[in-house]
Design a protein around this ligand. Structure first.
Ligand code: ATP
Ligand code: MG
Ligand code: MG
Ligand code: MG
Length: 563
């Protein structure tokens, strides 16, 4: 590509709206331009980067058995009413009306739409398992859109959904997706970590998040350097700024007396409303005190159904004294897996009950606190103090905290959506069964901001090679004046292109300093400078984006550095 036939538009200074390095650099390099709050145009240069990320994601999805489709961005309210999420999704959902006053939303995610596809198309166990995916635009009316494309309102997501005849099959695909995600982030050249995660508003059980490690990340991750343990310390969305922390006295109404209670009684003690309020239930069972954190309606339904194993739960990770302490003040830190997590215990009960213990055997899935995301003013230091140095739940060392940017999230949704939307199939015996389901998201556009957070210096962006808009740039010196330079540049340009290298030819005839600065800002991994003086010696200059200095190399070796 010749710069004269392309569009490059760089800025000396970042617009004042940008606070984060990656955001500043994306604006300065002309990858994106702001249209409105959380709304960005992908400029030609940025779009090349986006397409590279998409291509890798697609390749790995296809390799993992994913089948691509494309669903509408605008979704009818009726689907969301079927799962109850029209009411509970909250203000993140952009609701719109058509000319007939019918309700729609601009999809923040696509579980409902894909489940509708599945229930219409899948009739038999023979069609299962199946995984669909799309790369598509989502809209979420974030409380605080910021950091450019990292927390945008309109953004690009790869979302995949799998359907299964049974849980074992879901678990298998979940693992396949976990592995695919690891390959994707490795190929993209990112330093990342997979962590156990909360299932949030989407619901369901087992879940992992993939975080790009960066000090500027909005999420906190607890991990044990001596073992495999890693989890996201995520604050429930219930702790959004609109939710006031209740005063301890109100918070801790004693709503039940210790003793034997039935599930129904506990359910009515809790009276979980359809908002996103977090309820903590503290129960005493054969393993001592156990805390359950319940959020929103669906989890209550699971309590009702007696499926406590699927409830986000933790036990034995915080000391009994700690749990009592929290229970007394209503707000405090409880630890799943030795992590402390702030919770609002606005109702707590102390009861003896066996079912809770049994149900907790399979451990916990709750691990999240998203500081700075929905909860503006909690400092990471607070979490640091709370968990740094705590023993790791696997007993293999102490916990450390680092920060991450969530770039991927996989969930075992189980039957939550399929049940609500009656997505059933006939099994081998001709019996109707509800499908098991998983969902798997990647923040395709966020990845680019995250990569730049990891790769930058005072000169600009350092793209991982897999993501760079071009692999190599040729910067000619004095091309207008020198036929020799012009000829050799054209020859090399053709040679590189023939070799399949994505080469940019900076034929703007700017001052060398200007061209160098732009190409460094943009983050092109390899640069070749061709000038008359060097050519007379049959030499050119090569510099890698991370190299401190250029080196003189023979013209015929120009390709050596790139492969
Ligand atoms: P976050 O915790 O950052 O708000 P999320 O947990 O709400 O993200 P998911 O529902 O898990 O997001 O969506 C899948 C992926 O989409 C996320 O892992 C993230 O990479 C990306 N994503 C989510 N919200 C945004 C956003 N506002 N802007 C850009 N990417 C986003
Ligand atoms: Mg979110
Ligand atoms: Mg999240
Ligand atoms: Mg998530």
């Amino acid at each position: 590509m010749r710069v004269s036939q392309f569009f490059i538009s760089t800025l000396k200074e970042a617009p004042s709206e940008a606070e984060l390095t990656s955001h500043k650099l994306m604006l300065r390099a002309g990858l994106i331009r702001r249209l409105g709050s959380g709304l960005y145009t992908w400029m030609p240069l940025g779009l090349r980067v986006l397409r590279k990320v998409e291509a890798i994601v697609r390749e790995e999805m296809n390799k993992s058995g994913g089948i691509e489709l494309l669903m509408p961005a605008v979704q009818p309210a009726e689907l969301w009413q079927e799962t109850g999420r029209w009411e509970v999704f909250g203000p993140q959902m952009l609701k719109i009306k058509d000319r007939h006053e019918r309700d729609f939303c601009f999809g923040p995610t696509h579980e409902e739409v894909i489940t509708d596809v599945a229930r219409r198309e899948i009739k038999s166990y023979r069609q299962l398992p199946v995984s669909f995916y799309q790369v598509q635009t989502k809209f979420r009316d974030e409380i605080r859109p910021r950091f450019g494309v990292m927390r945008a309102r309109e953004f690009m997501m790869k979302d995949a959904y799998s359907f299964h005849a049974n849980f074992e099959s879901l678990e298998q695909t979940y693992q396949v997706m976990y592995d695919a995600y690891s390959r994707i982030f490795t190929r993209l050249g990112l330093k990342f970590r997979a962590v156990a995660a909360d299932t949030g508003a989407i619901g369901g059980t087992g879940s992992h998040e993939f975080h790009v490690l960066a000090d500027s990340g909005e999420d906190a991750i607890a991990f044990c350097p001596d073992s495999q343990f890693a989890a996201n310390v995520e604050l429930a969305e219930a702790l959004a700024p609109t939710t006031q922390r209740a005063e301890p006295a109100q918070t801790m109404q004693k709503i039940a007396t210790p003793g034997q209670h039935t599930i129904d009684e506990i359910t009515s003690f809790l009276k979980v409303s359809s908002d996103q309020t977090v309820k903590t239930l503290i129960v005493e069972g054969e393993h001592g005190l156990v805390a359950l954190l319940l959020r929103g309606d669906h989890e209550l339904n699971e309590v009702k159904a007696g499926k406590l194993a699927q409830i986000t739960a933790f036990k034995g990770f915080a000391s009994d004294a700690r749990i009592r302490e929290v229970a007394q003040c209503g707000v405090g830190s409880l630890g799943p897996v030795g992590l402390n997590m702030p919770v609002i215990a606005d109702r707590a009960v102390s009861v003896m009950s066996d079912f809770v213990c049994g149900a907790n055997e399979d451990g916990f899935h709750l691990t999240g606190v998203n500081f700075g995301r929905d909860l503006p003013e909690i400092e990471i230091a607070d979490i640091r103090n709370a968990v740094e140095g705590d023993p790791s739940p696997d007993g293999k060392g102490k916990l450390e905290i680092c920060r991450g940017i969530e770039v991927g999230h996989i969930f075992q949704l189980r039957t939550k959506y399929a049940e609500a939307m009656k997505a059933t199939f006939l099994d081998e015996t001709g019996k109707s069964q509800v499908m098991e389901m998983g969902c798997y998201g990647i923040g395709v556009s966020r990845i680019i901001g995250a990569a730049i957070e990891q790769g930058n210096d005072e000169r600009g962006i350092i793209f991982p090679p897999a993501m760079a808009p071009f692999e190599l740039v040729i910067v000619p010196i004095g091309m207008k004046k020198s036929e020799l330079v012009k000829d050799e540049v054209e020859k090399l340009y053709t040679k590189l292109q023939t070799a399949g290298i994505e080469v940019l030819l900076d034929n703007r005839d700017e001052r060398p300093g200007v061209m160098f600065a732009d190409m460094e800002l943009i983050g092109i991994p390899h640069r070749i400078v061709i000038g008359e003086r060097g050519l007379k010696e049959n030499q050119i200059e090569y510099q890698g984006r991370c190299d401190a200095e250029a080196q003189i190399v023979p013209l015929q070796n120009a390709l050596d550095f790139i492969q």
